[in-house]
Write a protein of this length. Structure first.
Length: 139
């Protein structure tokens, strides 16, 4: 089950059901089941506070993923800074919705077990993101 929350932002998510169905497809394509996933949309300041309090990192980021998965059932919290997603979409010349979907699937891929610490990890993660973004457009 995917639930959406909004903290310190006036952002309104479009296509909630389509995104839920897409994330279920992503999980199943990776031979996982979708457990309880909370997607919390927030401001830069909100995510900075989460980053400082729980990870001891003093910087802004577009997403923080807390993994509560057990076995092949993925569960977790995805904190997504709408402010950072907007900035990234401008910086990379992408559509805001596309960038938002990339960040959401990035978090799901972390819950599945993909990492982005090495150049090779990043290459695999980007490839998976691109593949699943192409599937979103087909739904």
């Amino acid at each position: 089950m995917v639930n959406y929350y909004f903290e310190d932002t006036a952002f309104k998510l479009k296509a909630k059901t389509k995104i839920k169905n897409w994330l279920k497809l992503v999980a199943e394509s990776e031979v996982y089941t979708l457990g309880n996933v909370s997607v919390i949309f927030c401001s830069d300041n909100y995510i900075l506070d989460i980053n400082q309090r729980f990870l001891q990192h003093d910087y802004f980021t577009d997403i923080i993923t807390f993994d509560y998965s057990e076995g092949s059932k993925i569960s977790g919290d995805l904190f997504i800074s709408v402010d950072s997603v907007k900035e990234n979409s401008i910086e990379y010349g992408t559509d805001f919705e596309d960038e938002l979907h990339r960040v959401i699937v990035h978090g799901i891929l972390h819950l599945i077990g993909y990492d982005d610490h090495t150049d090779e990890d990043i290459k695999i993660m980007r490839s998976k993101e691109n593949y699943y973004l192409s599937l979103y457009d087909l739904l």
